[in-house]
Ligand binder design. Structure first.
Ligand SMILES: [Fe+2]
Length: 187
């Protein structure tokens, strides 16, 4: 962690190169794990994964959680989540199901409207999180993030129930994408 902090502080434009993304909290530090004030109500959920996102001026690409719900805890700094309801997935030019089917090919915030004209139809919702705020992200809600300065965010992912999937789209492509991935992993 010390090396990581030194690297992002010392490197010009470090945000382009360094982002601690999707790191399991328990693997990062046991003490941090014990200090994380996650309400007991969120214990006992299926397939729980506590994941750290830590960086300087860093955000994520546009993606969906294909099979998970998420509760985001903003610990340090401010971060903006731009969210789109599941029906907007058809306007977001997601990767084919044989590739990274959870990821949009659109690069935000400077959208190339000539290449991705359907993005003009998006219904975006911007949610600003500051330290102490919590955000629930239902399954299949697309989102990307931006942040200024240092941010430390902890996300508790847990398995979504099938009845919460948005059918027919994007649920069918998410299920197909996972099946293809499972078959590939077996080989
Ligand atoms: Fe996400």
């Amino acid at each position: 962690m010390g090396d990581y902090l030194a690297a992002i502080s010392a490197t010009p434009k470090s945000w382009q190169h360094h982002y601690m993304e999707s790191v399991e909290l328990a693997e990062l530090a046991e003490a941090l794990c014990q200090d994380a004030p996650i309400p007991a109500d969120l214990d006992g959920l299926p397939g729980v994964s506590d994941t750290v996102f830590f960086g300087l001026n860093t955000g994520s690409c546009c993606h969906i959680h294909a099979h998970e719900e998420a509760v985001v805890f903003q610990f340090v700094g401010t971060k903006v989540f731009t969210l789109y309801p599941p029906e907007d997935v058809r306007h977001l030019y997601f990767e084919p199901i044989t590739k990274d089917y959870r990821r949009s090919r659109v690069v935000f915030p400077e959208v190339n409207y000539r290449r991705f004209p359907l993005t003009r139809r998006l219904n975006r919702i911007d949610v600003g999180l500051k330290s102490g705020d919590v955000l629930y992200i239902p399954v299949h809600w697309a989102h990307w993030t931006t942040a200024e300065g240092f941010t430390f965010t902890l996300t508790r992912f847990f398995q979504a129930r099938l009845r919460q999937y948005r059918f027919p789209s994007p649920a069918f492509r998410c299920i197909l994408g996972r099946v293809i991935q499972l078959i590939r992993d077996r080989k």
